[in-house]
Design a protein around this ligand. Structure first.
Ligand SMILES: Nc1ncnc2c1ncn2[C@@H]1O[C@H](COP(=O)(O)OP(=O)(O)OP(=O)(O)O)[C@@H](O)[C@H]1O
Ligand SMILES: [Mg+2]
Length: 258
């Protein structure tokens, strides 16, 4: 079975070390949550997994299906099935949601089969409509420019709509719950759950235990100072919500944690 294996990952941005020996294995079919204080490197990990050029890997490796991703471009990683829902999605004025999605779907088809002529427009519209209904987004959404003037919650739904269209093998959701109202949180989580299957591994980066009531994780990891310092079951998220991070930090300082 394929899995994402992150081994002793060290990453720096503009010569500033952010990730400092991070280890994590995400098998397909599992949902892992990452929680951790602000500025600890969670988005850095997400961006590095996707191959963002500003993030320099100085040591360690990222393996998917046993193959290193380090020399692959973001597009190549995407074609392999890695997907990132951004914490701060950017807007692309002039490119409609529908056009953006169709281009992305076609790029994936072409990567899998160079002779592919692209998804027939009617088939594309039908699938997009289904996914939009699942995520309860207004049909006018498809004709709007991507993220341009979208509310915080609409941007997050647009990210999950992309995930639904691309059907990745590994999905990284970077604070997809932040800015969602309670109903939207449930709808978006149900959307993710609909996509959950034996072939999908999900990494849910979040500050709040609440989303984990809907997207139930197999494992919860705590990230601190650029490393995973504690891992456990779903109860760990409840402990963190109740007691904060101080106890994890104290445990670390006393040298009793892995
Ligand atoms: N482009 C950059 N240039 C300089 N420093 C950066 C850059 N990107 C990230 N950093 C720094 O790296 C550290 C980790 O940031 P990161 O966004 O990964 O944290 P995070 O855990 O996602 O935090 P949050 O919970 O607030 O989203 C921060 O100190 C941040 O200021
Ligand atoms: Mg972040």
């Amino acid at each position: 079975m394929s899995e994402l294996v992150i081994k002793n990952l060290h990453v720096q941005i503009e010569n500033k070390p952010i990730l400092k020996g991070l280890n994590l294995t995400l098998p397909q079919g599992e949902v892992h949550a990452i929680m951790g204080p602000n500025g600890t490197g969670k988005s850095t990990l997400a961006n590095t997994l996707m191959g963002h050029p500003s993030y320099q890997v100085t040591e360690g490796d990222i393996l998917f299906d046993g193959k290193s991703l380090l020399n692959l471009s973001p597009a190549e990683r995407s074609h392999l099935g890695i997907f990132l829902a951004f914490q701060y999605p950017v807007s692309i004025p002039g490119v409609t949601v529908a056009n953006f999605l169709r281009t992305a779907v076609n790029a994936h088809r072409k990567a899998a089969n160079p002779d592919d002529k692209g998804i027939p427009i009617l088939e594309f519209r039908k699938i997009m409509k289904e996914k939009m209904e699942m995520l309860k987004v207004d049909s006018a959404f498809a004709g709007r420019y991507l993220n341009e003037g979208f509310s915080g919650g609409e941007k997050k739904r647009a990210e999950v709509l992309q995930m639904a269209m691309l059907q990745p093998s590994i999905a990284i959701l970077d604070e997809t719950d932040s800015g969602l109202d309670i109903d939207a949180l449930r709808i978006v989580s149900e959307g993710v759950n609909t996509l959950r299957n034996k072939e999908l591994g999900v990494l849910v980066i979040t500050h709040y235990q609440r989303i984990l009531n809907y997207i139930q994780p197999d494992i919860v990891h705590v990230m601190m100072d650029g490393r995973i310092v504690e891992s456990g079951g779903p109860d760990l998220a409840l402990d963190l919500e109740e007691h904060g991070y101080t106890w994890v930090r104290e445990k670390l300082e006393n040298g009793t944690s892995a």
